[in-house]
Design a protein around this ligand. Sequence first.
Ligand code: SAM
Length: 271
Amino acid sequence: MNKTHLGHTARKRFGQNFLNDEHVIGEIVAAIAPKEGENLVEIGPGLGALTEPVCEEVSALTVVELDRDLAKRLRHHPFHANKLNVVEQDALTLDFEALLSSLPEPSVPLRVFGNLPYNISTPLMFHLFDFANCIADMHFMLQKEVVNRLAAGPGSKSYGRLSVMAQYYCQVMPVLEVPPHAFVPPPKVDSAIVRLIPHRTPPISVNSVNILERICAQAFNQRRKTIRNSLKDSVTEEEILSLGLDPTARAETLSLADFGQLANFVYNKEM
Ligand code: SAM
């Protein structure tokens, strides 16, 4: 299989699968709809498949690239070098609030997008959720299965910790499915684009997001058990009943509001 594209040999450790289908690229850029004056940030620009058409629309774009060779290529881009603010760094450790403060219009929230390296996509989304208040929206290419998990509701097989936490922070909208042959080298799985819009006001009021995360993790780590069992280190059966919830229910049937209620109860009990 050919792993060299535009003179660059794809590095597996950096999750490099480069987009190589003009039609798909056009659809992704149309979904992002970049506009002049926005604080656009691309994560993992690679060889510029999305970077270049976005630069056709706007005069400034920040790109965050970990691969030193690719960052260098972008700094020396023949047409767009003067539009690009190249941040050569691991996006997982980037302070997006500080990045926004360093831009000419720091009051305009970030629009983040990228064809993400699949090996870091979930931790990267959790990292970005910490900066939700300085982000207007995000468009990401992910494994289709991850997009299904992000968007899933109670009762679905895909529903889990990622669904609850993503939906606490963001409105989740699947946008487009992308087959493996749109990439070089092709990944082994189907991909999809998702749009995430951080809520200005969270859909539920939670005293401690850490406790919400902990309760979700406990409940879904043993998703086949009843919550009476999986949550026994945090709440008793009587306490679950007092919240109007069924102790014999399983995690996959609880809504975001139910998890919020459990988390707030545990917060009041422990704090
Ligand atoms: N945007 C390009 C495209 O669509 O063809 C490349 C996408 S490729 C799936 C992922 C890109 O993310 C690569 O360029 C890779 O070097 C970069 N990358 C991998 N890990 C990264 C990290 N931790 N922080 C920033 N960029 C990273």
